[in-house]
Design a protein around this ligand. Structure first.
Ligand code: HEM
Length: 76
């Protein structure tokens, strides 16, 4: 069977949790637009637009809230 791309939300550190939040955001883009050539074509568009980058950051921030909660905010 195929390995899960999201076996757990648990991470050892907040930094790894943030990287997971980015991964979740990019996975959603890959699922909503499976055509790599279209994604590559759109990359320079969003990469040079401040509002697009702010929105991408916002999606990551929302995911980070979920990941942080799932890790009990990395409290001992
Ligand atoms: C690259 C994040 C939306 C297409 C990247 C990279 C990050 C990122 C961090 C750099 C990865 C690296 O250099 O290793 C995000 C986030 C998004 C988002 C957080 C939205 C929440 C999109 C959308 C598209 C897209 C909407 C196109 C439809 C790409 C492509 C690359 C890329 C093609 C690779 C560029 C290259 O080959 O250098 N993205 N992205 N991304 N993104 Fe996004």
């Amino acid at each position: 069977s195929r390995e899960s791309w999201l076996p757990t939300l648990k991470t050892d550190t907040p930094e790894e949790g943030y990287e997971l939040a980015v991964k979740l955001a990019r996975k959603a883009v890959g699922m909503t637009q499976p055509d790599e050539s279209i994604r590559k074509k759109l990359r320079p568009v969003y990469a040079s637009n401040a509002d697009s980058l702010t929105l991408a950051s916002q999606v990551v921030a929302i995911n980070f809230q979920t990941v942080a909660a799932a890790n009990n905010y990395w409290k001992e």
